[in-house]
Design a protein around this ligand. Structure first.
Ligand SMILES: NC(=O)C1=CN([C@@H]2O[C@H](COP(=O)(O)OP(=O)(O)OC[C@H]3O[C@@H](n4cnc5c(N)ncnc54)[C@H](O)[C@@H]3O)[C@@H](O)[C@H]2O)C=CC1
Ligand SMILES: O=C(CO)COP(=O)(O)O
Length: 336
Protein backbone atom coordinates (compact mmCIF):
# COMPACT_ATOMS: atom_id res chain seq x y z
CA UNK A 1 0.00 0.00 0.00
CA UNK A 2 1.43 3.44 -0.91
CA UNK A 3 0.42 6.88 0.35
CA UNK A 4 -1.30 7.57 -2.98
CA UNK A 5 -3.29 4.37 -3.03
CA UNK A 6 -4.52 4.59 0.54
CA UNK A 7 -8.04 5.88 0.18
CA UNK A 8 -9.94 3.06 1.92
CA UNK A 9 -9.67 2.54 5.66
CA UNK A 10 -7.81 -0.55 6.90
CA UNK A 11 -10.09 -3.29 8.24
CA UNK A 12 -7.70 -5.88 9.66
CA UNK A 13 -5.36 -4.37 12.23
CA UNK A 14 -2.29 -5.91 13.75
CA UNK A 15 -0.90 -4.65 17.06
CA UNK A 16 2.81 -5.12 17.76
CA UNK A 17 3.43 -5.16 21.51
CA UNK A 18 1.04 -6.47 24.15
CA UNK A 19 1.87 -4.30 27.13
CA UNK A 20 -0.91 -2.23 28.67
CA UNK A 21 -1.23 0.17 25.74
CA UNK A 22 -0.99 -2.39 22.93
CA UNK A 23 -3.58 -4.56 24.67
CA UNK A 24 -5.92 -1.60 25.21
CA UNK A 25 -5.61 -0.56 21.55
CA UNK A 26 -6.30 -4.13 20.42
CA UNK A 27 -9.41 -4.14 22.62
CA UNK A 28 -10.51 -0.76 21.24
CA UNK A 29 -10.33 -2.08 17.68
CA UNK A 30 -11.81 -5.52 18.46
CA UNK A 31 -14.60 -4.56 20.86
CA UNK A 32 -17.15 -4.74 18.02
CA UNK A 33 -15.94 -8.22 17.01
CA UNK A 34 -13.48 -7.09 14.32
CA UNK A 35 -10.49 -9.43 13.98
CA UNK A 36 -7.25 -8.07 15.48
CA UNK A 37 -3.85 -9.81 15.56
CA UNK A 38 -1.82 -9.03 18.68
CA UNK A 39 1.89 -9.82 18.80
CA UNK A 40 3.19 -10.47 22.32
CA UNK A 41 6.75 -11.19 23.31
CA UNK A 42 5.75 -13.26 26.34
CA UNK A 43 4.36 -16.79 25.86
CA UNK A 44 2.15 -16.39 28.94
CA UNK A 45 0.53 -13.30 27.43
CA UNK A 46 -0.22 -15.15 24.17
CA UNK A 47 -1.76 -18.02 26.15
CA UNK A 48 -3.85 -15.77 28.43
CA UNK A 49 -5.21 -13.63 25.58
CA UNK A 50 -6.17 -16.64 23.46
CA UNK A 51 -7.51 -18.91 26.22
CA UNK A 52 -8.90 -16.47 28.82
CA UNK A 53 -9.37 -13.25 26.79
CA UNK A 54 -7.32 -11.41 29.38
CA UNK A 55 -3.82 -10.00 29.88
CA UNK A 56 -3.27 -10.16 33.66
CA UNK A 57 0.46 -9.46 33.26
CA UNK A 58 0.10 -6.01 31.70
CA UNK A 59 -3.59 -4.98 31.80
CA UNK A 60 -5.19 -6.68 34.81
CA UNK A 61 -8.98 -6.64 35.17
CA UNK A 62 -9.70 -5.92 31.49
CA UNK A 63 -12.02 -8.31 29.65
CA UNK A 64 -10.79 -8.71 26.09
CA UNK A 65 -12.75 -9.50 22.95
CA UNK A 66 -12.47 -13.10 21.68
CA UNK A 67 -11.78 -11.61 18.25
CA UNK A 68 -8.24 -10.69 19.40
CA UNK A 69 -5.89 -13.47 18.26
CA UNK A 70 -2.51 -13.30 20.00
CA UNK A 71 0.67 -14.68 18.47
CA UNK A 72 4.37 -14.75 19.31
CA UNK A 73 5.32 -14.76 15.64
CA UNK A 74 5.72 -11.46 13.80
CA UNK A 75 5.25 -13.39 10.53
CA UNK A 76 1.57 -13.83 11.49
CA UNK A 77 1.09 -10.09 10.98
CA UNK A 78 1.90 -10.30 7.27
CA UNK A 79 -1.77 -10.27 6.20
CA UNK A 80 -2.79 -7.25 8.33
CA UNK A 81 -3.53 -4.07 6.41
CA UNK A 82 -2.27 -1.68 9.12
CA UNK A 83 0.03 -2.23 12.10
CA UNK A 84 0.05 -0.33 15.39
CA UNK A 85 3.57 -0.33 16.84
CA UNK A 86 3.40 -0.27 20.64
CA UNK A 87 6.83 -1.51 21.71
CA UNK A 88 8.72 0.65 24.24
CA UNK A 89 11.21 2.81 22.36
CA UNK A 90 14.39 1.16 23.73
CA UNK A 91 13.25 -2.15 22.15
CA UNK A 92 11.54 -0.82 19.04
CA UNK A 93 14.47 -1.06 16.61
CA UNK A 94 14.93 -4.78 17.26
CA UNK A 95 11.24 -5.52 16.71
CA UNK A 96 10.80 -3.35 13.58
CA UNK A 97 13.83 -4.99 12.02
CA UNK A 98 11.97 -8.31 12.17
CA UNK A 99 8.59 -7.23 10.79
CA UNK A 100 7.47 -9.28 7.78
CA UNK A 101 7.95 -7.44 4.48
CA UNK A 102 4.94 -5.47 3.27
CA UNK A 103 3.60 -2.03 2.61
CA UNK A 104 0.86 -1.79 5.25
CA UNK A 105 1.00 1.52 7.12
CA UNK A 106 2.62 1.69 10.56
CA UNK A 107 0.94 3.69 13.32
CA UNK A 108 3.58 4.54 15.93
CA UNK A 109 2.07 4.64 19.42
CA UNK A 110 5.12 4.70 21.74
CA UNK A 111 6.48 7.78 23.47
CA UNK A 112 10.20 8.25 23.82
CA UNK A 113 13.57 8.95 22.25
CA UNK A 114 16.17 6.26 21.55
CA UNK A 115 19.54 6.42 23.32
CA UNK A 116 22.66 7.21 21.28
CA UNK A 117 20.85 7.65 17.95
CA UNK A 118 18.58 10.39 19.40
CA UNK A 119 15.91 8.85 17.15
CA UNK A 120 12.17 9.17 17.65
CA UNK A 121 9.96 6.24 16.59
CA UNK A 122 9.29 7.83 13.18
CA UNK A 123 13.05 8.06 12.56
CA UNK A 124 13.50 4.38 13.44
CA UNK A 125 10.55 3.37 11.25
CA UNK A 126 11.75 5.45 8.29
CA UNK A 127 15.17 3.81 8.50
CA UNK A 128 13.95 0.21 8.91
CA UNK A 129 10.65 0.20 7.00
CA UNK A 130 11.19 2.50 4.00
CA UNK A 131 8.20 2.91 1.74
CA UNK A 132 5.55 2.19 4.34
CA UNK A 133 3.10 5.02 5.12
CA UNK A 134 3.68 6.26 8.69
CA UNK A 135 1.44 7.84 11.30
CA UNK A 136 1.79 8.78 14.97
CA UNK A 137 -0.91 8.24 17.60
CA UNK A 138 -0.41 10.20 20.83
CA UNK A 139 -2.47 11.94 23.47
CA UNK A 140 -3.90 11.69 26.99
CA UNK A 141 -4.84 8.02 27.03
CA UNK A 142 -4.47 5.85 30.10
CA UNK A 143 -4.64 2.30 28.76
CA UNK A 144 -7.11 0.95 31.30
CA UNK A 145 -9.60 3.76 30.55
CA UNK A 146 -9.43 3.13 26.79
CA UNK A 147 -9.88 -0.61 27.36
CA UNK A 148 -12.91 0.13 29.55
CA UNK A 149 -14.49 2.25 26.81
CA UNK A 150 -14.25 5.57 28.66
CA UNK A 151 -14.35 8.76 26.53
CA UNK A 152 -10.95 9.61 25.04
CA UNK A 153 -9.55 12.03 22.45
CA UNK A 154 -6.18 11.60 20.75
CA UNK A 155 -4.00 13.09 18.01
CA UNK A 156 -3.47 11.02 14.86
CA UNK A 157 -0.69 12.59 12.79
CA UNK A 158 0.45 11.62 9.30
CA UNK A 159 2.19 13.74 6.69
CA UNK A 160 -0.09 12.47 3.94
CA UNK A 161 -3.65 13.79 4.29
CA UNK A 162 -5.18 10.67 2.68
CA UNK A 163 -3.33 8.36 5.07
CA UNK A 164 -4.29 10.46 8.10
CA UNK A 165 -7.98 10.59 7.16
CA UNK A 166 -8.21 6.87 6.30
CA UNK A 167 -6.50 5.81 9.54
CA UNK A 168 -8.53 8.23 11.67
CA UNK A 169 -11.76 6.84 10.19
CA UNK A 170 -10.57 3.29 10.84
CA UNK A 171 -9.70 3.74 14.53
CA UNK A 172 -12.49 6.15 15.53
CA UNK A 173 -15.12 4.68 17.81
CA UNK A 174 -18.12 6.33 19.54
CA UNK A 175 -16.01 6.88 22.70
CA UNK A 176 -12.61 7.28 20.98
CA UNK A 177 -12.12 10.42 18.92
CA UNK A 178 -8.94 10.96 16.88
CA UNK A 179 -8.10 14.52 15.82
CA UNK A 180 -6.12 14.57 12.57
CA UNK A 181 -2.81 16.39 12.35
CA UNK A 182 0.01 16.41 9.81
CA UNK A 183 2.73 17.13 12.40
CA UNK A 184 4.24 13.74 13.27
CA UNK A 185 7.35 15.10 14.96
CA UNK A 186 5.26 17.45 17.12
CA UNK A 187 3.10 14.55 18.32
CA UNK A 188 6.19 12.45 19.10
CA UNK A 189 8.01 15.23 20.94
CA UNK A 190 4.94 16.02 23.04
CA UNK A 191 4.59 12.38 24.13
CA UNK A 192 8.27 11.87 24.85
CA UNK A 193 8.79 15.02 26.90
CA UNK A 194 5.58 14.78 28.93
CA UNK A 195 6.84 11.43 30.30
CA UNK A 196 9.92 13.17 31.72
CA UNK A 197 7.86 16.00 33.17
CA UNK A 198 5.45 13.49 34.77
CA UNK A 199 8.43 12.10 36.71
CA UNK A 200 9.25 15.64 37.85
CA UNK A 201 5.68 16.21 39.05
CA UNK A 202 5.66 12.85 40.82
CA UNK A 203 8.85 13.86 42.65
CA UNK A 204 7.17 17.06 43.81
CA UNK A 205 4.18 15.06 45.05
CA UNK A 206 6.27 12.39 46.79
CA UNK A 207 8.46 14.99 48.46
CA UNK A 208 5.44 17.00 49.62
CA UNK A 209 6.54 20.17 47.84
CA UNK A 210 3.01 21.36 47.17
CA UNK A 211 0.61 22.20 44.38
CA UNK A 212 2.19 25.56 43.50
CA UNK A 213 5.40 23.72 42.66
CA UNK A 214 3.52 21.22 40.52
CA UNK A 215 1.73 23.94 38.55
CA UNK A 216 5.04 25.73 38.03
CA UNK A 217 6.62 22.51 36.73
CA UNK A 218 3.77 21.87 34.31
CA UNK A 219 3.96 25.40 32.99
CA UNK A 220 7.74 25.74 32.80
CA UNK A 221 7.97 22.14 31.56
CA UNK A 222 5.60 23.04 28.74
CA UNK A 223 7.97 25.93 27.92
CA UNK A 224 10.81 23.36 27.65
CA UNK A 225 8.68 21.12 25.43
CA UNK A 226 7.87 24.08 23.21
CA UNK A 227 11.51 25.23 22.91
CA UNK A 228 12.68 21.71 22.02
CA UNK A 229 9.76 21.08 19.69
CA UNK A 230 9.94 24.33 17.73
CA UNK A 231 13.69 23.85 17.24
CA UNK A 232 12.93 20.47 15.61
CA UNK A 233 10.15 21.67 13.37
CA UNK A 234 7.12 20.83 15.54
CA UNK A 235 4.08 23.07 15.25
CA UNK A 236 3.13 25.09 18.33
CA UNK A 237 -0.52 24.02 17.95
CA UNK A 238 0.43 20.32 18.17
CA UNK A 239 2.40 20.93 21.36
CA UNK A 240 -0.54 22.89 22.81
CA UNK A 241 -2.92 20.09 21.77
CA UNK A 242 -3.75 16.58 22.94
CA UNK A 243 -0.32 15.04 22.29
CA UNK A 244 1.51 17.78 24.19
CA UNK A 245 -0.29 19.83 26.80
CA UNK A 246 -3.22 17.38 27.02
CA UNK A 247 -1.01 14.42 27.88
CA UNK A 248 1.17 16.61 30.12
CA UNK A 249 -1.84 17.55 32.23
CA UNK A 250 -3.03 13.93 32.45
CA UNK A 251 0.22 12.36 33.52
CA UNK A 252 1.45 15.21 35.74
CA UNK A 253 -1.64 14.96 37.95
CA UNK A 254 -2.27 11.25 38.49
CA UNK A 255 -0.55 8.32 40.19
CA UNK A 256 -2.12 6.17 37.43
CA UNK A 257 0.82 7.39 35.35
CA UNK A 258 3.77 5.01 35.75
CA UNK A 259 6.12 7.94 35.20
CA UNK A 260 4.40 10.03 37.88
CA UNK A 261 4.41 7.01 40.24
CA UNK A 262 8.15 6.50 39.65
CA UNK A 263 8.69 10.16 40.53
CA UNK A 264 6.59 9.81 43.68
CA UNK A 265 8.87 7.00 44.83
CA UNK A 266 11.96 9.11 44.12
CA UNK A 267 10.33 11.99 46.01
CA UNK A 268 9.82 9.73 49.03
CA UNK A 269 13.53 8.96 48.99
CA UNK A 270 13.58 5.57 47.26
CA UNK A 271 16.31 4.94 44.70
CA UNK A 272 15.57 4.74 40.98
CA UNK A 273 17.33 1.36 40.86
CA UNK A 274 15.05 -0.16 43.50
CA UNK A 275 11.93 1.40 41.97
CA UNK A 276 12.78 0.03 38.54
CA UNK A 277 13.93 -3.43 39.57
CA UNK A 278 11.33 -6.18 39.44
CA UNK A 279 8.94 -4.12 37.39
CA UNK A 280 7.59 -5.43 34.11
CA UNK A 281 5.93 -2.20 33.05
CA UNK A 282 7.92 0.68 31.62
CA UNK A 283 8.29 4.28 32.75
CA UNK A 284 9.56 5.55 29.38
CA UNK A 285 10.53 8.91 30.89
CA UNK A 286 13.33 7.25 32.87
CA UNK A 287 14.88 6.01 29.61
CA UNK A 288 14.19 9.21 27.70
CA UNK A 289 15.23 11.85 30.26
CA UNK A 290 19.01 11.50 29.79
CA UNK A 291 18.58 11.15 26.02
CA UNK A 292 16.43 14.26 25.61
CA UNK A 293 18.67 16.19 28.03
CA UNK A 294 21.74 15.24 25.96
CA UNK A 295 20.01 16.06 22.66
CA UNK A 296 18.95 19.46 24.03
CA UNK A 297 22.47 20.19 25.28
CA UNK A 298 23.90 19.27 21.87
CA UNK A 299 21.44 21.65 20.20
CA UNK A 300 21.96 24.45 22.73
CA UNK A 301 18.35 24.25 24.01
CA UNK A 302 17.80 25.15 27.67
CA UNK A 303 15.88 22.33 29.45
CA UNK A 304 16.68 22.62 33.16
CA UNK A 305 13.75 20.49 34.41
CA UNK A 306 14.50 17.65 31.99
CA UNK A 307 18.15 17.86 32.95
CA UNK A 308 17.29 17.71 36.67
CA UNK A 309 15.09 14.61 36.13
CA UNK A 310 17.89 12.92 34.17
CA UNK A 311 20.34 13.56 36.99
CA UNK A 312 17.89 12.46 39.70
CA UNK A 313 17.08 9.20 37.88
CA UNK A 314 20.82 8.56 37.48
CA UNK A 315 21.35 9.25 41.20
CA UNK A 316 23.73 12.12 40.37
CA UNK A 317 21.95 14.67 42.53
CA UNK A 318 19.46 14.78 45.40
CA UNK A 319 16.05 16.42 45.36
CA UNK A 320 17.01 19.30 47.64
CA UNK A 321 19.98 20.21 45.43
CA UNK A 322 17.94 19.82 42.21
CA UNK A 323 15.18 22.12 43.52
CA UNK A 324 17.74 24.63 44.78
CA UNK A 325 19.47 24.63 41.38
CA UNK A 326 16.15 25.24 39.59
CA UNK A 327 15.09 28.05 41.96
CA UNK A 328 18.44 29.83 41.96
CA UNK A 329 18.67 30.22 38.21
CA UNK A 330 18.93 33.85 37.07
CA UNK A 331 15.56 35.61 36.78
CA UNK A 332 14.36 35.80 33.20
CA UNK A 333 11.40 36.97 31.10
CA UNK A 334 8.57 34.42 31.10
CA UNK A 335 8.50 34.11 27.31
CA UNK A 336 11.98 32.56 27.18
N1 LIG B 1 0.18 2.41 29.27
C1 LIG B 1 -0.39 3.50 28.78
O1 LIG B 1 -1.41 3.98 29.30
C2 LIG B 1 0.21 4.16 27.58
C3 LIG B 1 1.47 3.85 27.12
N2 LIG B 1 1.99 4.48 26.04
C4 LIG B 1 3.31 4.17 25.51
O2 LIG B 1 3.22 2.88 24.90
C5 LIG B 1 4.52 2.25 24.92
C6 LIG B 1 4.34 0.83 25.46
O3 LIG B 1 3.92 0.95 26.79
P1 LIG B 1 2.96 -0.10 27.51
O4 LIG B 1 2.13 -0.82 26.53
O5 LIG B 1 2.25 0.66 28.58
O6 LIG B 1 4.01 -1.12 28.11
P2 LIG B 1 3.95 -1.92 29.49
O7 LIG B 1 4.77 -1.19 30.48
O8 LIG B 1 2.55 -2.23 29.89
O9 LIG B 1 4.64 -3.29 29.11
C7 LIG B 1 6.02 -3.39 28.80
C8 LIG B 1 6.14 -3.80 27.36
O10 LIG B 1 7.51 -3.86 27.02
C9 LIG B 1 7.74 -5.05 26.30
N3 LIG B 1 9.13 -5.44 26.41
C10 LIG B 1 9.84 -5.62 27.55
N4 LIG B 1 11.10 -6.01 27.23
C11 LIG B 1 11.15 -6.07 25.87
C12 LIG B 1 12.16 -6.40 24.94
N5 LIG B 1 13.38 -6.75 25.33
N6 LIG B 1 11.87 -6.37 23.62
C13 LIG B 1 10.63 -6.00 23.20
N7 LIG B 1 9.62 -5.67 24.04
C14 LIG B 1 9.90 -5.72 25.35
C15 LIG B 1 6.79 -6.05 26.92
O11 LIG B 1 6.60 -7.15 26.07
C16 LIG B 1 5.54 -5.18 27.04
O12 LIG B 1 4.85 -5.12 25.83
C17 LIG B 1 5.42 3.15 25.77
O13 LIG B 1 6.20 3.94 24.91
C18 LIG B 1 4.43 4.04 26.53
O14 LIG B 1 4.99 5.31 26.82
C19 LIG B 1 1.25 5.41 25.35
C20 LIG B 1 -0.01 5.73 25.74
C21 LIG B 1 -0.64 5.15 26.90
O1 LIG C 1 1.16 8.03 28.17
C1 LIG C 1 0.32 7.73 28.99
C2 LIG C 1 -1.04 8.30 28.99
O2 LIG C 1 -1.25 9.13 27.90
C3 LIG C 1 0.64 6.77 30.07
O3 LIG C 1 1.54 7.36 30.91
P1 LIG C 1 2.53 6.50 31.80
O4 LIG C 1 3.42 5.75 30.83
O5 LIG C 1 3.26 7.47 32.65
O6 LIG C 1 1.67 5.55 32.60
Amino acid sequence: MTDDSMTSSPAHFGVVGAGAWGTALAQLLAADGAPVRLWAREAEVVAAVNADHANPLFLPNARLSPSIAATDSLADLASCDALLIVVPVPFMRGVLANLPAGDAPLILCSKGMEAESFAFPIDIARALCPGRPLAVLAGPTFAKEVAAGLPTAITLAAEDAGVADALARAIARPHFRPYVSHDMIGAEIGGAIKNVLAIACGIVEGAGLGLNARAALISRGFAEMTRFGLARGAHAETLAGLAGLGDLVLTCTSSNSRNFALGEGLGRGESAASLMSDRRSVAEGAFSAPVIAAAARADGIDMPITDAVARLVAGETCIADAIQALLSRPLRPEGR
